[in-house]
Design a binder for this molecule. Sequence first.
Ligand code: CP
Ligand code: NVA
Length: 308
Amino acid sequence: MRHFLDINQTPAADLRAMLDEARRIKTARAGQPRGARDAELALDGHVVALVFEKPSTRTRVSFDVGARQMGAETLVLTGSEMQLGHGESIADTARVLSRFVDLIMIRTFSEATLRELAENASVPVINGLTDRSHPCQIMADIQTFEEHRGPITGKKVVWSGDGNNVCASFIHAAGKLGFDMVFTGPEAFDPDAAFIAEARGHGARVEIERDPIAAVAGADLVVTDTWLSMHDDASAREARHALLAPYQVNEALMQAAGPDALFMHCLPAHRGEEVTDSVMDGPQSVVFDEAENRLHAQKAIMRWCLGR
Ligand code: CP
Ligand code: NVA
């Protein structure tokens, strides 16, 4: 059974094969209407369940459209509207869904929920974001980087702000694909030390630099994300913003990074908070390519899960 739970748990050769496939898939359907079926209907006759316990725009639409373009039927399910939200266990939900569908994508809160679903499902499970990681996003981000700049191996990625779930998957990818990663942000929001140690164990250079201007020197890519994630306590918003404000990605920071650095954000962005309009809409920004590549990267992930 091939679950896609995290980048650090997926063999590097498989990640590379999925990235190459995503590029091929994107090229193959260039210029076609959105509803056109892919030439190779890899998921024909399959049913894909998309379970959401948190809001989503990109993950929901890209998985739904992507699965349909590959010939599958899709079910978009909201946790609160399922018995899952009313006391049924995740293990029993996994056993039941496995009798009806061929693949399950879930966006949930705890890592434990994702694991329990995967352990009890008899079909592949894909992580569509937990409090701890967001692997599908980073597959799309790497696809996007490589489209613009070639192989990411050996490049320097700088994460500015909150060392959150999206940052964690970037660190996982640094270890697997061999690029350097610098985290710049307040100590209170440092990424998980175990993830940093693991990436370093694979030979990646992962550093923490508190000075954002020093951090971005020579960066090939600058990345940020919201200062308040869906799982964060909203009452801490102001305190978090006060600590994170020096790490806003603005024109001064992008200037320090240099003209060749790309800017990425998984979106949704909070313009004027973690990133300014001038950077989001500026020449270094590839945020909407990133959003589009969710579609192509996740097709490769779904195909991999189903052994295609
Ligand atoms: N980037 C991302 O996962 O977006 P959604 O929350 O809209 O799915
Ligand atoms: N870090 C954000 C990512 C949203 C796609 C969150 O978890 O809310």
